[in-house]
Design a protein around this ligand. Structure first.
Ligand code: ARG
Length: 551
């Protein structure tokens, strides 16, 4: 029998056996002390209450009925009736061996393979990416990698802001200044945007022209479109530079900006009107949904379409054309209301059937060292390049990047976090570089073994030390953790797991000499090192962090 079942770690295998006998979830927990074995359960105490019997008697009954002798040492009832489980060391050893034989290190394909659309990054044309886009890009990319790892078909969508009213003022300003757009950088374009925006606020004539310009853009006026296209090109060049620097999966093939839905909008409107879901209110086409104070405006009274309309069209396309089973949006928490409403409207309109999940993965803010929203001295949002530069002042690029990504992923996503470069780049503590260091150290140990003429073992035969067992037990949990993150979309769980694994590894190094031991002990320890290295490499890859060979 295969103990290291691909779909369940040893703990879940054990758990299901106990549940079969006890009739309720044993709520298996890691043992609080090594002398209690590996796992504990209070199931007998809980059952005793409902059955009105002494807990130890219930515990004894479960022990008598439960056959886990292939997995565990003889069971032990402790104190008032806790059940203690100690896995047999040969079971743990075999589990590591089987994980080593598996090319995906124990990550199993999901039972139902889905088409998952992830909407992430989504910066705005003629503006540099700021910290919010940094978070979206890093988190979205991690989810993309995790979902792919468990076999889903992931479609990334970069919903760039390329269609808003800002283009009216931008184009108008460009024409007024006779600016040669082709020579601009993204930073220049942003400066132009700020200028146009200020101009718009103080000059009503300019504002009126800018508004007409938006209409011209949406109607396809050639001169306007040409300048708009040039703005997109310089923006994309800037975005791609950032993606390259970040080492993310996004490519031009994933671009699906707001403008790409323009041709779908008349059809969206037609369907909304035909079904009676949308109504004209004060000249605007609106959808009222229960539970929302204000309606969603699909088409403004001047005929223009906004952000919500494009998002509605995007859902429709993702469901109908891509055949999505799950829609994920990685966008900051301030857009909570927007997505709640868009999803509700899309459900009402029949664009989003009940069997398609839609999830807004809202994330918190990056705070400056003062604990306030991170901004420049001028009060604008800090841009992505300056964050990366700050980290690269302290560490080599792959380490700086690991520091930034890990800091972003290792907290609960909805929490704000402080951008503290020194803490993030440290190789001690719960940081990306610490995990990279654990991986690099393993690589060096294994290299040294090879240089000493030892063959790298892929079979664990003996596990005797508690530190070895802890490591083996943790390794067996990898597949379960990845499955959980693919389901619940909480990357910090993968981070904590890898951090725990790296911690267990340092205890193992301290207590279990590898190269200085001999025979079966040494070969088993080398195999443990190899298995840990593979899990770390695979886990880091899912976080979008490079597993370095040396540091
Ligand atoms: N461009 C938007 C922003 O910068 C984010 C777009 C998110 N995606 C979406 N489908 N609305 O805030």
């Amino acid at each position: 029998m295969k103990y290291f079942s691909l779909v369940s770690s040893l703990s879940s295998l054990l758990s299901s056996r106990i549940e079969a006998v006890a009739g309720v979830d044993p709520e298996l927990r890691p043992a609080t002390k090594p002398q209690f074995g590996h796992f504990q359960s209070n199931v007998a105490l809980r059952l005793a209450k409902t059955e009105g019997k002494p807990p130890r008697e219930v515990a004894a009954r479960i022990v008598a009925e439960l056959d886990v002798s292939d997995l565990c040492e003889p069971l032990d009832v402790a104190g008032p009736g806790f059940l203690n489980f100690r896995l047999k060391s040969e079971v743990l050893a075999r589990s590591v061996t089987e994980q080593l034989a598996d090319p995906s290190a124990g990550v199993a394909p999901a039972a139902n393979r889905q088409v998952v659309v992830i909407d992430y990054s989504a910066p705005n044309v003629a503006k540099q990416m700021h910290v919010g886009h940094l978070r979206s890009t890093i988190i979205g990319d991690c989810l993309n990698r995790v979902l792919r790892a468990v076999g889903h078909q992931v479609i990334a969508q970069n919903h760039i802001g390329d269609w808003g009213t800002q283009f009216g003022m931008l184009v108008e300003q460009i024409l007024e200044d006779f600016t040669d757009v082709s020579g601009l950088s993204l930073a220049d374009a942003e400066a132009l945007y700020l200028k146009a925006n200020a101009h718009f606020k103080v000059d009503p004539d300019f504002a009126a022209r800018a508004r007409n310009r938006v209409v011209a853009l949406q109607a396809g006026d050639a001169e306007t479109r040409k300048i708009w296209q040039q703005l997109i090109e310089i923006s994309l060049a800037g975005f791609n530079e950032a993606y390259e620097r970040l080492g993310v999966l996004l490519t031009d093939a994933d671009l699906a900006g707001e403008s790409t839905y323009n041709d779908d909008l008349p059809q969206v409107v037609a369907e909304l009107e035909a079904s009676g879901v949308a109504v004209i209110d004060d000249g605007a086409l609106c959808v009222f949904v229960e539970g929302f104070n204000s309606p969603m405006i699909v088409r403004k009274s001047d005929g223009g379409f906004g952000y919500s309309a494009t998002d509605l069209a995007a859902i429709r396309r993702r469901v109908r054309e891509f055949g999505a089973d799950r829609l994920i949006y990685v966008v900051g928490a301030p857009q909570l209301f927007h997505f709640d409403q868009v999803f509700a409207v899309a459900r009402k309109a029949g664009f989003l059937p009940e069997n398609v999940a839609a999830e807004h993965i809202a994330f918190g803010q990056v705070l400056g060292p003062d604990g306030k929203k991170f901004s420049t001295r001028e009060g604008t949002a800090v841009n992505l390049n300056s964050l990366l530069d700050a980290a690269e002042e302290k560490a080599a690029p792959p380490i700086a990047l690991a520091a930034i990504k890990y800091a972003d992923l290792s907290n609960g996503l909805n929490k704000d976090y402080v951008f503290d470069v020194d803490r993030m780049v440290a190789t001690v503590g719960n940081t990306g570089p610490y995990l990279q260091y654990a991986h690099a150290r393993l690589t060096q140990v294994l290299r040294k073994a090879e240089a000493d003429g030892l063959s790298l073992e892929t079979t664990v035969t003996v596990l005797t030390e508690p530190a070895e067992e802890t490591l083996a037990l943790l390794l067996s949990k990898f597949g379960g953790v990845v499955a959980e993150v693919a389901e619940g979309l909480q990357p910090h769980k993968l981070c904590s797991y890898l951090y725990d694994l790296s911690g267990a590894l340092s205890v193992f190094y301290e207590q279990c000499p590898v190269l200085k031991s001999e025979g079966e002990v040494r070969s088993s320890r080398l195999a443990l090192c190899l298995a840990t290295k593979r899990v770390l490499a695979s886990g880091l890859d899912m976080l979008g962090i490079e597993a370095l060979e040396r540091m």
